[in-house]
Design a protein around this ligand. Structure first.
Ligand code: MG
Length: 292
């Protein structure tokens, strides 16, 4: 049964509107007062992480001249702040893995190539957190199958392998494909190009942190693009690369050389450079804006 609700008297409605309006004005005034409160004092140098929104005293990022992109025919150029590990001419930045001699891999036509049986090579310098750019090319025509086909690898810190492999229309296990963190994470997609074409890796790597007792404080993290496609998205590494067994960490230095794998296949590399990066994440402003 419907009950009739008597209409609200006009006077009462007007009164309600006035009350709401006054309350809104009062709230606005309070908010305005809050916004006009004097800003907190600017951060001192020892409080370097405390910044105002749009703070003009916040340090400017360094100016870097970007490099150029590669084509299949021509390698690009590194950005101006990169540590160039191969300039197309020689392997002066590399040594035998043992560190006892010159890197023996072949250099020609602006690239260097794995010299079968000569062993792995490592950078003379050591690196920790970094951005890495490297281009590689699997032999054409392809030879072999599965893991015995255009296999090499980029070992960050000489122990965490980003796989290099010719798995273009060629079968292998997922966590051993190009773009995989070998034995741990398959690439999100198979973005490989045919053998004989240049392939591009862009990597962001954060080294692991260890406690005094050797336990892991923070695992290594890695993001990888293969030919411009995201294949590893900030994955946490389980430990040093291992074959047929689970990876585990062993405490090591903050910076270590990069090592390239001689898997017996004449894989080529070019345009190989690295940029050490800050280990700490930037922090967003914690103080309100100030008028300029
Ligand atoms: Mg490999």
């Amino acid at each position: 049964m419907n009950q009739m609700i008597p209409p609200t008297p006009r006077k009462f409605r007007l009164g309600m509107l006035c009350t709401i309006g006054l309350a809104a004005i009062a709230a606005g005034a309070l908010l305005g007062f809050a916004a006009d409160e004097p800003a907190k004092p600017a951060a001192t140098p020892t409080e370097a992480r405390q910044w105002h929104v749009h703070d003009r005293e916040r340090p400017q990022p360094p100016v870097v001249t970007p490099g150029t992109f590669s084509t299949q025919e021509q390698p690009g150029t590194p950005p101006s702040d990169a540590v160039v590990l191969f300039d197309g001419k020689d392997l002066s930045k590399w040594v035998d893995k043992t560190g006892n001699g010159e890197a023996k891999w072949k250099v020609e036509n602006g690239y260097f190539e794995v010299l079968k049986g000569s062993g792995q090579i490592s950078t003379k310098d050591s690196f920790g957190d970094c951005q890495l750019h490297a281009e590689w090319q699997a032999p054409n025509p392809p030879v072999g199958k599965d893991q015995d086909r255009g296999n090499s690898g980029i070992f960050l810190m000489s122990r965490y392998e980003l796989q290099v492999l010719d798995n273009y229309q060629a079968e292998t296990y997922a966590d051993g494909m190009a773009g995989s963190i070998y034995g741990q994470y398959p690439p999100q997609v198979n973005a490989t190009r045919p053998p004989g074409e240049w392939q591009v890796y862009d990597v962001v790597f954060h080294a692991p942190r260890f406690n005094e007792d050797g336990s892991v404080a923070q695992p290594a993290r890695e993001t990888v693009f293969l030919n411009g496609l995201l294949v590893q998205d900030d994955v946490s590494l389980k430990g040093a690369t291992a074959h047929m067994t689970l990876s585990k960490y062993t405490k090591h230095a903050d910076k270590m050389p990069i090592t390239l794998q001689d898997h017996g296949h004449p894989v080529r590399y070019r345009n190989f450079w690295i940029r050490p990066i800050a280990s700490e994440h930037p922090v967003a402003p914690e103080l309100p804006g100030i008028k300029h």
